[in-house]
Design a binder for this molecule. Structure first.
Ligand code: ATP
Length: 270
């Protein structure tokens, strides 16, 4: 049996309420697997706990109770093992959230992770004659920015929204991860560019064998690329299953409400 890329078991993440007393159960008893080489869409309205669940899977947030395992192993708690885990499991945020440093060139942005994880030395130790420039070029090319050298010295403000999103994806790919969690990766993009970025995610799964969890409030996106869909409401997972089952035959009232709110053009046939 292949281990899941990531698993959450009875996960709870509780915060003290930002205003007033009491607590917020941001994640409230979630059991969920990200299978290897699958694309899982995590959907739900704003505030349903998607980001908190993702951050906990990435080891950026501590669970109040419950467990996270990665490829069958418990999440490391600190030090070198955590750094290695962070490399294997990359987060791709959306660019308007300030994910790209406006003062860094594309090259610098993509090279950051390569330096942090000392990848050139690692490759060289394996007898591979690669340079940092080779690794940055490879990551940009894999993210669809070709020829890569053309983008090296560009600043984020010189790029289109789609290109900036590709730079963020290249930064993640540069450290050769097994899992990518993408948080609203296309929310700010035009429809045609959105399609291109989604096609890129599909290609990364097919060609690099990545496992991807895409966090979104957009069921149209889930329909377009996800193998499975998990629906969150108020910290709980209310429905999870194959995309066609969940979106064509929703079992839960909340999923039906999310579907009813979809604009008509998003009801497309795969
Ligand atoms: N650090 C924190 N302290 C207190 N409450 C928090 C914290 N982080 C998140 N929350 C609360 O937890 C709940 C879930 O938030 P979360 O950001 O995970 O939801 P989300 O589904 O990702 O929403 P969005 O789509 O708007 O990002 C919300 O009620 C939020 O206000």
């Amino acid at each position: 049996m292949t281990a899941n890329a990531l698993s959450a078991t009875e996960l709870h993440v509780t915060f003290r309420a930002l205003q007033g007393r009491g607590e917020v159960r941001a994640v409230d008893g979630v059991t969920l697997d990200l299978r290897t080489r699958e694309i899982l869409a995590l959907v739900g309205a704003s505030g349903s706990g998607k980001t908190t669940l993702s951050r906990t899977l990435l080891g950026l947030e501590q669970p109040t109770s419950g467990a996270v395992t990665a490829l069958g192993e418990p999440l490391p708690t600190g030090g070198r093992a955590m750094r290695a885990y962070r490399r294997r499991t990359q987060l791709v945020m959306q660019d308007p959230a300030g994910a790209l440093n406006p003062r860094h060139s594309v090259y610098e942005s993509v090279a950051e992770g390569i330096r942090l994880h000392r990848l050139v030395a690692e490759h060289n130790a394996r007898g591979e004659d690669v340079t940092e420039v080779d690794l940055v070029s490879g990551a940009l090319a894999s993210a669809g920015l070709r020829p890569p050298e053309r983008f090296f010295l560009s600043s984020p403000h010189e790029l289109s929204g789609g290109q900036r999103q590709r730079v963020l994806i290249a930064g993640a790919l540069a450290v050769e991860p097994e899992v990518i969690i993408a948080d609203e990766p296309v929310a700010s993009l035009d429809a045609s560019i959105r399609g291109e970025i989604l096609a890129l995610f599909l290609r990364l799964r097919d060609e690099l064998g990545l496992s991807l969890m895409i966090v979104t409030h957009d069921l149209g996106l889930a329909w377009n690329i996800a193998d499975r869909v998990a629906v969150m409401q108020a910290g709980r997972l209310v429905e999870v299953g194959d995309t066609e089952d969940v979106l064509l035959r929703p079992q839960h009232e909340y999923t039906r409400e999310l579907l009813a709110a979809l604009p008509n053009e998003q009801h497309r046939v795969r």
